[in-house]
Design a protein around this ligand. Structure first.
Ligand code: FES
Ligand code: MG
Length: 578
C-alpha cells in the first residue's frame, strides 16, 4: 500500500505548532519554556518515546538509558524526541496479576499519543503484558509505530549451573519441598537466577511476545533476540530512533504492517518458538484491535502444521534466550520456516519480511532446530474443546508428560487458590497420580484478572512419592515459563457459569489430546440439575478501575480486551480540536 509522503506542512504536529494564531502561540511559547527554539520543532516530526520504566520494574531498569539512545537516533534523523512515561507492569511485583492492568496501559498509551502533538511513536516494553498492551495501543492510535523490546536478561548462574527465569524457580522449589535442597543452595539460586537487567530469558511470555512483535513486523529485524546488556541493544535503540522519523515521512501507519497475513506469521512464529500460553490471549486481542478475525481455532490449525524449532526452556532441553541469540536469533528461526510465512508482509524496516531474512544463518542447529529435527513435531500449543470447555481451553503438549495425552481420572476440585494451596501441603491429602486437579474461580472475572495460578502446585504427597507431573485444569493462566500437564484458560470461566463450575469431586475427567477434547464424563441430565442449582459468586471488585474492568472485559477466547476498545466498536475519535 503506497501512501502519500508527509510534508512539513502535513505533519500532525504542525496543527499544534504551525498556525499563526493564539493557540499555536501558546504551544510554541511552552516549547520555548523548555528551552527549545523554532529550529527544534519547525518541520520536524515529533516522536513520542513511550517509556514503561519504573523503580519497580527490574526488566526495564535500562530504559532510562535506552530512551536517551532512541532520542539520539531521532535527533540524527531530524525529529524532535519527547519521552512520555507510562504505567509499567512488573510481572513480579504487581498483584493480583499484571493481566488486570494490560488494558489500562493500552488505554493510557493510546490516549497519550492521541491527545498530544505526536507524529510517530516508539513503544518501549518487554516485561510480559507491556508488549501486547503497547501494541494494542499503537494499533488503536493509528500513528507510525516501532516497538522497542527490552531484550532478554543474561543467563542465570549459580555454582556453575545455568538457571532460567521462572522454570528453575518452580523446579528448585519442588526439590526444596521434597527435601532435596539446602538453605544455602536455595539462597544461592535466589541471587543468581536474575543477574542483569532485561526481561525473563526463558521462552516465557516476554520472549514470546517480543518475538511475536518482530514477526508481525513491528520491531527492527533481529531486534527481539538481542540480550538487554549487549551493545547491539544500544545500537538497536538508536536505529529505532532514526527509523521512526523516516516512517513518519512515509506515513507508514500500523495498518500497512499489521494485517491478517502478518498476524498469521506471528502465530506461526509463536508456535515454532514454543510460545507461552499467554500469547494466545494477547494475539487474539491484538488481532481484534487490528480488525482481523483470528480465533482459537485458527491457532490450533497453525499449531498442527508448525513444528517447534526453538530448543529453549521451558519446552526445550535447557537453552536460554542468550543461546538463541548466539545461534542466529529470530531471523534465523524465521528463515527455517520461511515456506510457511507470508514473506511479502511489510515491516517497520521499510522492507518486506522476506528481504529482512536474507542472509539469516543458523549457527547452532541444536538451539535452532531444522524442520527435519524439531524439538516437537507440532507447534507448542493445542486448543481443546468439549463439555468442560465449550469455548475452548489451551494446553502446551510439549511441556507435559506424554502419558497424559490420553488420560482419564477423578477430579479433585478447589474453589479458591488459598484452599488449594493449603490442601497440597497436606501430606495426608487423598490424591493419586491419576487424579485431575482442578482450580476454578480464577478466570478473567473470578481471579480477577486470570492470575498465573494455572501451574497448580503438585501435592506434597505426590512429590515425596517421586511424581513431578499430573493433569491440572483451571480457568487461570500460567506463567510462560511454567510447564506440566496444565490445561488453562477454560472458557467460559466458572465465575460466569461455565461448565467448570458444575464439576464435582470424583467426576471422571477425560483428556484426549489427539482429538482435542476435554470432557467430564457426566451425563447431560445431571449437568442440567447442577446448573439449575448453581449460584453466581459475588463480584470481586466494587469500585474504581477494577469495576470498569469487570463490566467490559471479554472471556479468554476473545482476548480479554475491553469491548469498547476493540476495532469496530464505534467510530474512531476525531483528531482533537486545537
Ligand atoms: Fe519481567 Fe519475567 S518478570 S519478563
Ligand atoms: Mg511471565
Amino acid at each position: 500500500m503506497t501512501r502519500q509522503r508527509k510534508t512539513p506542512e502535513t505533519l500532525r504536529s504542525a496543527r499544534w505548532f504551525a498556525p499563526d494564531d493564539l493557540r499555536s502561540f501558546g504551544h510554541r511559547s511552552r516549547l520555548m519554556q523548555m528551552g527549545y527554539g523554532p529550529e527544534d520543532w519547525t518541520g520536524r516530526p515529533v516522536i513520542a518515546i513511550v517509556n514503561t520504566w519504573s523503580d519497580l520494574n527490574p526488566c526495564h531498569m535500562h530504559f532510562k538509558q535506552r530512551a536517551e539512545e532512541i532520542k539520539r537516533g531521532v535527533l540524527q534523523a531530524g525529529g524532535l524526541p519527547v519521552e512520555l512515561p507510562a504505567i509499567t507492569m512488573s510481572e513480579t511485583f504487581m498483584k493480583p496479576t499484571t493481566m488486570l492492568y494490560r488494558n489500562l496501559l493500552a488505554m493510557e498509551a493510546e490516549e497519550q499519543v492521541h491527545s498530544q502533538p505526536i507524529d510517530g511513536v516508539v513503544m518501549m516494553g518487554g516485561c510480559d503484558k507491556t508488549t501486547p498492551a503497547l501494541i494494542m495501543a499503537g494499533l488503536s492510535a493509528k500513528l507510525p509505530m516501532i516497538f522497542m523490546p527490552a531484550g532478554p536478561m543474561l543467563r542465570g548462574n549459580y555454582a556453575g549451573r545455568t538457571l532460567g527465569s521462572g522454570s528453575d524457580a518452580w523446579k528448585y522449589w519442588d526439590e526444596r519441598r521434597a527435601g532435596n535442597l539446602s538453605e544455602d543452595e536455595w539462597v544461592g539460586i535466589e541471587g543468581g537466577i536474575a543477574r542483569s537487567f532485561g526481561h525473563c530469558m526463558t521462552m516465557g511470555t516476554a520472549s514470546t511476545m517480543t518475538a511475536i512483535a518482530e514477526a508481525m513486523g513491528l520491531v527492527l529485524p533481529g531486534g527481539s533476540s538481542i540480550p538487554a546488556p549487549d551493545a547491539g541493544h544500544t545500537r538497536l535503540a538508536s536505529e529505532t530512533g532514526r527509523r521512526i522519523v523516516e516512517m513518519v515521512w512515509e506515513d507508514a501507519i500500523p495498518e500497512t504492517i499489521v494485517t491478517e497475513a502478518s498476524i498469521r506469521n506471528a502465530a506461526i512464529v509463536a508456535m515454532a518458538t514454543g510460545c507461552s500460553t499467554n500469547a494466545v490471549i494477547h494475539l487474539i486481542a491484538i488481532a481484534r484491535r487490528a480488525g482481523v478475525d483470528f480465533s482459537l481455532d485458527d491457532l490450533d490449525a497453525l499449531g498442527r502444521t508448525t513444528p517447534l524449532l526453538a530448543n529453549v526452556r521451558p519446552s526445550g532441553k535447557g537453552y536460554l534466550m542468550e543461546d538463541f541469540y548466539y545461534a542466529g536469533g529470530l531471523r534465523a528461526l524465521m528463515a527455517q520456516i520461511g515456506d510457511k510465512l507470508d514473506l511479502g508482509c511489510m515491516t517497520v524496516s521499510g522492507k518486506a519480511l522476506g528481504e529482512t531474512l536474507e542472509g539469516a544463518t543458523v549457527y547452532n542447529d541444536d538451539v535452532i532446530r531444522s524442520l527435519d529435527n524439531p524439538v516437537y513435531h507440532e507447534g507448542s500449543l493445542a486448543v481443546l474443546k468439549g463439555n468442560l470447555a465449550p469455548d475452548g481451553a489451551v494446553v502446551k503438549p510439549a511441556a507435559c508428560d506424554p502419558k497424559f495425552y490420553l488420560h482419564e481420572g477423578p477430579a479433585i476440585v478447589f474453589d479458591s487458590y488459598p484452599e488449594m494451596k493449603a490442601a497440597v501441603e497436606d501430606e495426608t491429602l487423598d490424591v493419586t497420580p491419576d487424579h485431575v486437579m482442578v482450580l476454578r474461580n480464577a478466570g478473567p472475572l473470578g481471579g480477577p484478572g486470570m492470575p498465573e495460578w494455572g501451574m497448580l502446585p503438585m501435592p506434597k504427597a505426590l512429590l515425596k512419592a517421586g511424581h513431578r507431573d499430573m493433569l491440572r485444569i483451571s480457568d487461570a493462566r500460567m506463567s510462560g515459563t511454567s510447564y506440566g500437564a496444565c490445561i488453562l484458560h477454560v472458557a467460559p470461566e466458572s465465575h460466569v457459569g461455565g461448565p467448570l463450575a458444575l464439576l464435582k469431586n470424583g467426576d471422571i475427567v477425560r483428556l484426549d489430546l489427539a482429538n482435542r477434547r476435554l470432557d467430564m464424563l457426566v451425563d447431560d441430565a445431571e449437568l442440567e440439575t447442577r446448573r439449575a442449582a448453581w449460584q453466581k459468586p459475588a463480584d470481586k471488585i466494587g469500585r474504581g478501575y477494577g469495576w470498569m474492568y469487570a463490566q467490559h472485559v471479554s472471556q479468554a477466547d476473545k482476548g480479554c480486551d475491553f469491548d469498547y476498545l476493540e476495532e469496530g466498536f464505534g467510530p474512531d475519535a476525531d483528531e482533537p480540536e486545537i
